[in-house]
Design a binder for this molecule. Sequence first.
Ligand code: ADP
Length: 220
Amino acid sequence: MQNIILIAPPAAGKGTYAKLIEETYHLPHISTGDLLRKESTKDTPTSRHLKEIMSAGRLVSDDIITSILSDRLKQDDCQNGYILDGYPRNIEQAKAYEEMLGTLNKDLGIVIYIDIDEQDAKERVLGRVVCPQCGASFNTIIKAFSPKENNHCNYCKHELVSRVDDTEETFHKRFCEYLEKTDSLVKYYQDKGILKVVKSQNDDTTEIMLERIKKMVSND
Ligand code: ADP
């Protein structure tokens, strides 16, 4: 199996797809956000520094992330491939990552890019409702993901709520920022010939998305 970098806009359901790939190919899902959050709970000067940077929403420096990630990639479960989520975020990190892979004697593998239109992403964010009791997530705009009973969880029947930051204004800002940052990265991997674009539209079920992802993985 090969190494996979997963790139997707904030509203694309990256976590869901990462889980699908993880289960289908038995690959560990490595999220740099999770790795850094775990590291930040330790009681060391680096951890305190990490906590500060992350709570300010800033990017962690390359040397810290490189050291934490390369330690993780050396572990046994990564020897037959892994899914990388949240890294690289820019061209500098993409280059640092290739250097890291050279040292670890690993291949770049493929990049799966979940491509979603702004209008679709907007419906996902503005229609998103979650169950505060069991964490299940639904969508009041997209039929395939609507709760069965109006505004109540399908599983535990608790009343569903919207997230306070799921507003049109916040969405637009985040989506534009994302495109601005990832456009050059997507182009970078396209030029290398390893970019696999998986189109995602609202009402595409997770089964359909998995089939599309599988085609991209096996085409390689
Ligand atoms: P978000 O999508 O909100 O950025 P993540 O869980 O991916 O959430 O990341 C949480 C935080 O961890 C980021 O705000 C950033 O401080 C840090 N982080 C994660 N990945 C990277 C990265 N590739 N480079 C630098 N910092 C990162």
